[in-house]
Design a protein around this ligand. Structure first.
Ligand code: HEM
Length: 495
């Protein structure tokens, strides 16, 4: 009897202390956010008034940043400083890199899916993976392996799929879905040496792709809750979206563990995929899983997003499509079925300019945040208190007159050319692949893949929007995804 009473008391004390902990944490959180803030930005944010004038949150932020004298704004209710000032960007990504880590808040949001993978960690764990990944991705064999994967996926799946609907009266194709399937197949082959076959002609449903998409989406949704405590409580009690997330991550893990087990039983010394390469130095299977899942997340939707917005822009700029065809005909001859070689792609300066220009206006990662470790002052004079989230905003930066001049809203590949030769800009003015110490590791690979895919379609097909007046509305998430996709009609080109 006494024992039972003691157990109840322990239970009572346990739940009371959890409740107290949540209440205190919530109060501290709420006090730091100043939810009572009455400034115009916060009021417009809280009431969603901004959406009366702008289709996308990033357009509203661009408008505010453009008006700001320093190119920096504060959203007090989110505890967030947002900047489009290149000097601030250089400061946080390079000069004071150590003071602006990804931080625990971000790591917690993606932690269940990404574990200790490169994308989700700071400090020595990040340094170790970065060094190893630089060695593996920097060599020529990895680059040509990625190129071969893209070429084979284009020849055997992408072109046959578009040809199968070309000229058909009801042959509407969602180009965004096609690119997502393409990039999932490619990044899985590159990371694991496995082909999920998402882009096969029947457009099959891949269990792995569905679980991975759901896990990424639900993880990203955590960032939208007013306080991290909300998703943490739901996770603790295994409720709603957190229950679904747990199940999706479980499916991803089962499939990833199976792949790793299979590889362990093979001689992988001649295999070129990332997993096989990393297996040579890493014994811990959980760590291996985390590393490749990070690559999957980094390389999947980014490529699909960049291609989707590029084709949307091309549909409104037939002159650019024409110039890309002319340049490639000049270098490759006019047989449209041929795919460009690695060397030929390097000669295409206009194409290189066009894809950079497209991502200037529509960066796949529209904004990216860091968490300040110690009180600091940004180069434009903005005070940053310890723990503040600081976001640099490539989407807004692509729309700044101060950076790109008065024609900044126009799609003009020529702005990247000097005497016909492509010229890089300062990466802190164009942090589409981030910049500085933690710059994207797949940048070169992504550009080659993007150009190969785009060029093969531009040369072989005429692509028209099914809804010529479609404007781009983006869904919330880690990568820019167009709401309702990009439905198009396709015609084979007659030459
Ligand atoms: C158009 C395509 C791409 C864009 C715009 C892009 C952009 C970015 C950005 C903005 C980051 C920084 C994210 C952050 O730290 O929060 C990043 C990091 C990264 N990207 Fe990419 N990426 C692209 C494609 C790829 C591809 C294809 C791969 C892999 C093959 C890749 C691998 C990585 C990795 C491993 C990191 C983490 C680097 C680190 O933390 O040290 N990316 N990328």
């Amino acid at each position: 009897m006494v024992f039972e009473a003691f157990s109840w008391l322990r239970l009572f004390l346990f739940f009371t202390s959890i409740a107290c902990f949540f209440i205190v944490s919530l109060s501290v959180f709420v006090l730091r956010l100043k939810p009572w803030c009455s400034c115009e930005i916060c009021q417009s944010f809280l009431s969603s008034r901004w959406s009366l004038e702008f289709s996308n949150l990033c357009d509203w932020y661009s408008h505010l940043l453009l008006k700001s004298e320093t190119g920096t704004i504060r959203v007090h209710v989110l505890g967030n400083i947002i900047t489009a000032n290149p000097e601030n960007v250089e400061y946080m990504l390079k000069t004071r890199f150590d003071n602006y880590p990804k931080g625990k808040t971000f790591s917690a949001i993606l932690g269940d899916l990404l574990g200790k993978g490169i994308f989700n960690v700071d400090g020595h764990l990040w340094k170790f993976q970065r060094k190893m990944a630089c060695l593996e991705l920097g060599n020529l064999s990895a680059k040509s392996y990625a190129f071969e994967i893209a070429v084979s996926e284009i020849r055997s799946r992408l072109i046959p799929l578009l040809s199968s609907v070309a000229g058909k009266e009801n042959g509407v194709l969602d180009l965004q879905d096609v690119f997502q399937r393409f990039s999932f197949d490619s990044i899985c082959k590159f990371s694991f040496g496995q082909d999920p076959g998402c882009l096969k002609l029947s457009l099959p449903v891949s269990e792995f792709a569905v679980a991975f998409d759901l896990a990424s989406k639900l993880s990203a949704d955590r960032a939208l809750t007013v306080s991290p405590l909300i998703w943490k409580i739901k996770r603790f009690f295994n409720l709603g979206s957190e229950k679904k997330l747990k199940e999706a991550i479980k499916s991803v893990n089962i499939l990833a563990e199976e792949l790793i087990k299979q590889k362990r039983n093979m001689d992988v010394s001649s295999h070129e995929d990332l997993l096989s390469r990393f297996m040579a130095t890493i014994d811990d299977d959980k760590f291996l899983r985390d590393i490749v899942i990070s690559f999957l997340l980094a390389g999947r939707d980014t490529i699909a997003s960049s291609l989707t917005t590029f084709f949307w822009l091309l549909s409104n700029h037939p002159d650019v499509t024409l110039a890309i065809r002319e340049e490639s005909d000049h270098i490759m001859g006019s047989k449209t079925q041929d795919l460009a070689s690695f060397e030929q792609l390097r000669e295409m300066h206009y194409l290189q300019a066009a894809v950079h220009e497209s991502m200037r206006l529509f960066p796949p990662v529209q904004f990216d945040s860091k968490f300040c470790q110690e009180d600091d002052i940004l180069p434009d004079g903005t005070f940053v208190a310890k723990g503040t989230r600081v976001t640099y905003h490539p989407y807004a930066m692509g729309r700044m007159e101060t950076i790109w001049g008065p024609d900044c809203l126009e799609f003009k590949p020529e702005r990247w050319l000097q005497d016909g030769i492509f010229k890089q800009v300062n990466p802190f003015k164009y942090p589409v692949f981030q910049a500085g110490v933690r710059v994207c590791l797949g940048k070169e690979m992504a550009l080659v893949e993007m150009k190969t895919v785009a060029l093969s379609l531009i040369r072989q097909f005429d692509i028209q929007m099914a809804n010529p007046n479609q404007t781009l509305k983006f869904m919330p998430g880690l990568t820019a995804t167009v709401k309702n996709g990009l439905p198009v009609f396709v015609e084979e080109r007659n030459r």
